[in-house]
Each structure stands twice: as C-alpha cells, then as structure tokens.
Design a protein around this ligand. Structure first.
Ligand code: CP
Length: 323
C-alpha cells in the first residue's frame, strides 16, 4: 500500500484502512515490550504543527515519533511568528526549508492539511482540521472496536452527541461504513447536519431509540464553545435528554462498548460512573492511539506493511529509505 498523505478517511478504501489497522497491531505489541522503541523511522524528521489546542493527539503523535526513533520538532501557533501576522503557507514553507519529511498538522480551518499537501513536498498527516476530519482518531476507534469485538462488519454503532460540529463523527462515519458497520447518529435535530443520511447513516432524535441494539456507543463531546449559536435550549436539558446515564443502557446490547474521543464533559454528555465503568474503553482508545499513529507515520514515510505479529520483521530494522 502506498499512502502519500493521510488527509481523511473519505479518501481511503476499506483495504487501505485495514492495512493501517493491521500495521498498528504490530506496533501495539511493541508498546508492551520493556523497551518500547524500534528504529523504523531513524533519520526521518517530523514536525508537529499544532495551530489549535490538543492533549491526546499531540502527546500521542510525539510518543509515536519517539517510539519510532524519528527526529521530531514541535510547533505551536501561540508562541510562534503566527502571532506577528505570518501566513500559514509562509510558516510551513519556512519550517519545510529546514528539511522536514512529514508535517503533522492540526488546524481550526477545514482543508488546511489538503492545502499543505498541494503546496509542500513533505508528507502531510491530518491531526484534525476544523469540522472536517480527524482520521487518526477514527482509526484508533476502529482499532479498539475490532480488538474488543473481533470484527467491525455487521456491528451496530451509535454515535451520540454534537454531530454537526464534530470532525470525529465524520471520520468515524467514513471508516465504520466502509468496513461494514451499521451507524446511527443520535442527537437533537439542531446538532445533526443536513443530508447526513447521504453518508449512509440512520438518524435518531431520541437516545433510547438511537442506542437500541447498539454494540458500541460512541459519545461525543458537547462542544460547549460552539453552543453560543443557540443550538440547545440549555445544557441541563441536553443532559436530561441525550446525556448517557447509569441505568440508561437498557436498550443497548448487554456487552455494549462505551467510547469517547475526549476531552470529556463529565456530567454533561456522559455520567462519570459510565465513563469510568466496566463498559468503558475510553483509556484503551488512548493507548491504541499511539500504535495507530506509529502505523500511519510508518506507512506515509514509505514503510512496507509488515506481516502482523511477526517477531524480527521489517519493523525491527532501520527504515529502508535510510534517510
Ligand atoms: N481526541 C482528541 O482529538 O483530543 P485532543 O483535542 O486532546 O487532541
């Protein structure tokens, strides 16, 4: 498989998505070793360019790069010359002039990773762009579901929350439907984008109806910073009608998985007892995210998908490009 950039899951087919998941499984095994490091990206230089706040994605990419022995630098807009008016293109071109191989970018505007891929020689990995896509989050969600349930095809997945403003929802929908899951989005009408059914999902405007028979419930953060637009009467009403509460899982399957991409608004979209309870795989998602990001970086830098779980395979040797 040759993927030059990772801009979104809309552009990948099922086979490419599965190749990333299989590659991540090998790296996941590396993360269980006493020495969690392989030389696969030795000599490859990566810049993490974050123009928007992040905890999980940023730390996860940084760890993935260190585990792969890449050279990495961090750039954050808030303490850069962006604050003096430098444009995005000038900023990134200057960074690239320092001979970078891969740029991992998060930006509040949709389309920034695609723009950079057109204008730069470096490989681009989207770490979340506006309300468009967050492909590595969706990949780690798919990985976690497959690991826990043994498959994705045929599963019923409910995505509950602020679908309209969520790049995670969009990437999850592309990935889940391409791999054969049945997806229902669950939200008040004001938080469901128009014509979302064209993405191959069902829409439910009642939580009880939306999670009926669900194998997985993926709860999304209510994007409080965007609620000024009057999408909801009140947070209290949202919590009472769409918040996941203990005792509210009845309509779902008994072994339903509860997922959340984070950050969580505890007590708003999900009760703390469920976020920390036996159905929750929220922290396992975070752990798997490192392996997913290792796989993505390895593959976009031209690495060959390994045979999964084979000791002594290509991941144990230096990157073939030898840069
Ligand atoms: N899930 C996620 O993207 O979290 P961060 O915003 O903390 O990176």
């Amino acid at each position: 498989m040759a993927i030059k950039h990772l801009l979104g899951l809309q552009e990948l087919n099922a086979e490419e998505i599965l190749t990333i998941l299989d590659t991540a499984r090998t790296f996941r095994e590396v993360l269980e070793r006493p020495i969690k490091k392989v030389p696969a990206l030795r000599g490859v230089t990566i810049c993490n360019a974050f123009f928007e706040p992040s905890t999980r994605t940023r730390v996860s990419f940084e760890l993935a790069e260190k585990r792969l022995s890449a050279d990495m630098v961090n750039f954050s807009a808030s303490n850069s010359s962006v604050t003096k008016g430098e444009t995005l293109r000038d900023t990134i071109q200057n960074i690239e002039a320092m001979k970078l191989d891969i740029v991992v970018v998060r930006h509040s505007s949709a389309g920034v990773p695609t723009y950079l891929a057109k204008h730069l020689a470096a490989r681009i990995v989207n770490a979340g762009d506006g309300q468009h896509e967050h492909p590595t989050q969706a990949l780690l969600d798919l990985y976690t579901i497959r690991e826990k349930k043994g498959r994705i095809a045929g599963l019923k997945v409910a995505i509950v929350g602020d679908i309209a403003h969520s790049r995670v929802a969009r990437s999850d929908i592309w990935g889940l439907t391409k791999l054969g899951a049945e997806v229902t989005v669950v939200a008040p009408r004001t938080l469901v984008p128009l014509e979302i059914e064209r993405m191959g999902v069902k829409v439910a405007t009642s939580l009880e109806e939306g999670i009926r028979g669900a194998d997985v419930i993926n709860v999304l953060r209510l994007q409080l910073e965007r609620q000024a637009g009057g999408f909801l009467p009140s947070l209290r009403e949202y919590r009472m009608t769409f918040g996941l509460e203990p005792g509210g899982l009845g309509p779902a399957t008994p072994d339903v998985l509860i997922m959340h991409p984070g950050p969580i608004n505890r007590g708003v979209e999900i009760h703390p007892d469920l976020a920390d309870g036996p159905h929750s795989v929220i922290l396992e998602q975070v752990t798997n995210g490192v392996a997913i990001r290792m796989a993505v970086l390895y593959l976009v830098s031209g690495g060959t998908p390994p045979e999964p779980m084979v000791e002594g395979n290509v991941l144990m040797t230096a990157h073939p490009a030898g840069r």
